[in-house]
Structures are given as C-alpha cells and as structure tokens.
Write a protein that binds this ligand. Structure first.
Ligand code: SIN
Length: 516
C-alpha cells in the first residue's frame, strides 16, 4: 500500500475544486485527485454563465429575491445574501485571473437573461461555453503548482476519532493509495447520472455524497433534484443540453399543434422557474419544441449547441428543436457552513456535492458556478488562516465493505426516473426504497472503478428516494402528486420582514457600487 501526504487534498476538478486549489496552492502544498481527467466535470459543460448584480439597474437585493423566489423560500437566507453580495467581487476576481467573458462591440461586458431572473445579469464566455473557459483558465494557473493524480478514484475518507485525515484511493491498476491530508476538500459534483436523461458529465455518479454518508457526515435536502426543461429529445438515448439562455434570447416552447406551451401557466411564461417549465413539458401530451426562429445568428450566439445539433442530425434550418426535461442539478448535499466546513472535522465540501442552502428547493439559473467560486474562496481563506499539520498518526487499517445494487445500472436509472423523478408518490417511492435499500445489495467482490461507482450510485439513489418519501409536501423541484401543497412552514414572511429591517435604501446604495 502506497502512502502519500499533502497539506490540502482536493477530490474532484470542477470549478469549485479548481478555484479552491488556485487560491490555496499559492501558499500550501495541494494535491488534486480525479477519477478521470483534470477538469472533466459538469462545470466544463456549463453553457449558462455566472449571475452577478454588477450594474446600476441591478442590486444584490434583486438578485437575492430572484434566488429566493426560484428556491421557493427554502433557501438559507444568510448564505444566499453572502452569495449575491460576494458574487460581483468573485466575477471580478475571475476576470483578473484571465477569464474572458463575452463583450459587446462597445467593449462592455454582455449580460444575458435566463429563467426566473428579473433582469439580464448573466456573464457568458464563448457564447455558450462559460464553464469551459473558466476551467481552462484555472487549469492553466494551477497545473504547475499542484500535484495532480488523474485516473485515481477516492474510495472512502480516512477517519481518526471523528476527524477526517485524508482518503483511501484506488488507481486504475487496482492499487490502493493512502493519501494523508491536513484538510480534505470534497468537490465531486452531484448525481445526475442516476437518471437516464441528464445534462451531467458521465463521471457524475454521486461518489462524494456516498463517501460522506459512509463516513457519518450530515447530508440534507437530497429530495431536491432539479430537472432542466430543455434537453434535446432525439430518437436516441443520447441527449444534450439546450441552454435556458436560448429562451432568454427569445426562444419559445411550442406544442406539436403550434401553440405556446407556457402561455397562461406563469407570469414569466417561457422564463418561469425551471421546475414549473419542466413539469409543463412533462404534462404536455405531444412533443414539445423549442422555436428558435426569432434568434438571429443562432450559430454564432450558441456555437456549442449548434455543433451538438449538427452532430445529432438536427436541421437548424427548421428552427425547431425537440426538447424534454432531464436531471440537471442536485440542490441537496453534504451540509456545510459559510466556509465549506462539513460536520466532520477536517472535511470541506464545495460546489454541487455541498449543501450551502443557497439554492433552496430549486436553483436559479447561473447561480451554480457562482456558488462554486464564492464558497471555494471562503473555504480557501479559512484554511489559510487555520494552519494544521499533516496527521502523523499511524493509519489504522480501515476495511471498506461496499455493496452493489441488485439491479443493473440502466434499471436503477429507470427506477429513479419513474419513481424518484419529476412526480413522486408514496407508493412509487416505497417501491424504489425497497428495491434500492442497502440490505438488498450484494457485497462488492472485486474493487474496481465500475463496482465502486455502482455501489455509490445504489447508496445515493436509496438516500434520495428516502428523502423524497419523508418530505410530504411539494416544493420547487420536489413534487409529490399525493401531497401537492406546500407545508405551513412557508418562509416568505420571515424573509420579507428581514429585508425590510435591512434598510432597503442603504442596501440599494451599497449594492450599486460599480465593480468593473
Ligand atoms: C443552462 O444553460 O440552461 C444551464 C445553466 C444553469 O443551470 O445554471
């Protein structure tokens, strides 16, 4: 068994992990492990951009309200406030690191509109390749400063009297490596691959959530899986995302008979919160199309989507793209505070694997890259101010007993779509829980990446089904056909009162500082 020590260990290489590594590696010895290649992540696929209130017409309070309204008042108010207030500074920071956001011909940064935003405030790069631009910039900066272990998959955390002291890792040759770390940052993303139709990268199988659960960390809100309304709905199973920015630029949802799907369903029509649009598409009996006929130069504005359409044989000349909803973003995760600290000493969680509570029951578009960068920076600063030595104690042999689901991976995904998908019932969830519960699983006999992923997928599916069963109400992305109403613990009144006390006028002035 190989032994390795590092001051900070980052598991995963999306925006949150890389951003933390970028800051920390200026002063600390940082190691990044990824089960695939550096940067392969949901962040890299992100077409939407980063939301930040940075103009005189906008304010942090507007952004705050949009976030809370989309989140159906289930958000952590303090951290949401922190997110939207610190957002502009972090966007500025990205620009300083070299990220090239799109500008218009007058040299001003372009700001786009997306669902449930009251004002255009989304910064994009490369038209629809914002994530890729940020990831490339960060990789360029950290490559020579960090130790990078690609094709290395974390199995479980090393725990010593309740403290996380590193991680047990598997490499492609089946060898185990023990990585000791003063601090460990989990940044493995969400769990979109638990569903048959998803916008997520193939690597996003819920690994970090499963590891955290096995180690005894607190997880929460796993019932809130956001379904993006517009994934390409071709004949093959392979799908891809059609950004909400397409609707922001004037794209509309049309039924097979040619009528506007969202008319009369919500005041924001095609740009209503995602859960509402996604359910409207699911409830429609005919195929729904995204009509792009009003978008001039679609191929220039959305080059990534245009390329994908071409690959899948979609004739953009027809100006109609068939769409369907797909699993997109998990609002729940490993509970953290402002600094990304989890309930386990020494373990941090950042990005989609974490639950900061800023997304509530339904994430506002383009708030996820923002969450990644804002909280990564907070965590990095905390770590830099709290030096800890790499543990020297002997590693106690920690047995890993993993169980694989008794169903195939495609069966598991179908069960999740059917019973833990966009509409849930007690009976369906009960069926899913029984099928997926760890008692029904088989011990993993040979430890390799695939069996480890399957064990993680089984465990996280069961946790999500159980969480969905326990929430006997409908809120945001979690819809129970048998409990269609929200519970009385509706938070709106409390939030409105707090904002009033906050002195509206002062906050408006404060937030109108121009940051670039
Ligand atoms: C999109 O481009 O529609 C996705 C952006 C996001 O989920 O924030």
């Amino acid at each position: 068994m190989e032994l390795f020590s590092t001051e900070v260990l980052v598991i995963g290489s999306g925006v949150a992990g890389l951003m933390a590594a970028e800051r920390l590696s200026l002063e600390k010895n940082v190691t990044i492990i990824t089960k695939s290649t550096l940067g392969k992540s949901n962040s890299k696929l992100a077409q939407g951009g980063i939301a930040a209130a940075m103009t005189v017409e906008d304010s942090w309070t507007n952004h705050f309200f949009d976030t809370i309204r989309a989140g159906v008042f289930h958000n952590n108010e303090e951290l949401t406030e922190l997110l939207v207030k610190k957002g502009p500074m972090q966007v500025r920071h990205l620009i300083n690191l070299g990220v090239q956001f799109d500008k218009s011909s007058d040299g001003e940064y372009k700001r786009c509109q997306e669902g449930a935003h009251s004002i255009p405030r989304i910064f994009h790069a490369g038209g629809d390749a914002t994530g890729k631009e940020i990831i490339h910039t960060l990789i360029h900066r950290i490559k020579k400063r960090c130790t990078i272990l690609e094709d290395h998959m974390a199995i479980d955390f090393l725990m010593d009297e309740g403290k996380c002291t590193g991680v047990k890792v598997l490499n492609q040759n089946g060898e185990i490596i023990i990585v000791k770390a003063a601090y460990t940052i989990l940044a493995t993303g969400g769990a979109g691959q638990l569903y048959p139709v998803t916008s997520n990268d193939s690597a996003i199988t819920g690994d970090g959530l499963a590891m955290a659960y096995r180690a005894g960390a607190k997880l929460t809100d796993l019932e809130f899986m956001q379904f993006h309304p517009t994934m390409y709905a071709g004949i093959s199973d392979r799908s891809f995302l059609i950004s909400e920015a397409v609707r922001g630029e004037g794209g509309t949802l049309i039924t097979s008979s040619g009528s506007r799907l969202m008319e009369g369903k919500h005041e924001q029509c095609d740009l209503a919160p995602r859960d509402i649009v996604a359910r409207a598409i699911q409830d429609e009996n005919s195929q729904v199309y995204l009509d792009i006929s009003t978008i001039l130069q679609f191929e220039d504005r959305f080059p990534t989507i245009a390329l994908q359409c071409q690959k899948h044989g979609v004739d953009l000349g027809e100006r109609m793209i068939p769409v369907k909803p797909g699993a997109h973003f998990l609002m729940g995760g490993v509970m953290t505070d402002q600094f990304g600290r989890t309930s386990l000493d020494g373990l941090f969680a950042l990005g989609e694997v974490a639950h900061t509570g800023v997304h509530g029951a339904n994430r506002l578009a383009s708030n996820s890259l923002l969450e990644g960068i804002v909280f990564a920076y907070e965590a990095a600063e905390w770590i830099l101010h709290h030096h800890r030595n790499v543990p020297t104690s002997e590693i106690k042999e920690q047995e890993t007993r993993l169980k694989e689901p008794s169903v195939s991976t495609s069966e598991l995904k179908n069960v999740m779509a059917q019973y833990v998908g966009m509409k849930r019932t007690s009976a369906g969830l009960d069926f899913a829980i029984k099928l997926l519960q760890p008692d029904m699983m088989n011990e993993v006999s040979k430890l390799d990446f695939q069996s480890l992923e399957r064990a993680n997928m089984g465990l996280v599916s069961w946790l999500m089904a159980t969480s969905a069963y326990l929430r006997k109400e409908s809120r945001g992305a979690h819809y129970r056909a048998d409990f269609p109403l929200q519970l009385q613990e509706w938070k709106q009144k409390r939030i409105l009162r707090r904002i009033h006390q906050d002195d509206w006028v002062k906050s408006q002035k404060r937030s109108r500082t121009i940051l670039y």
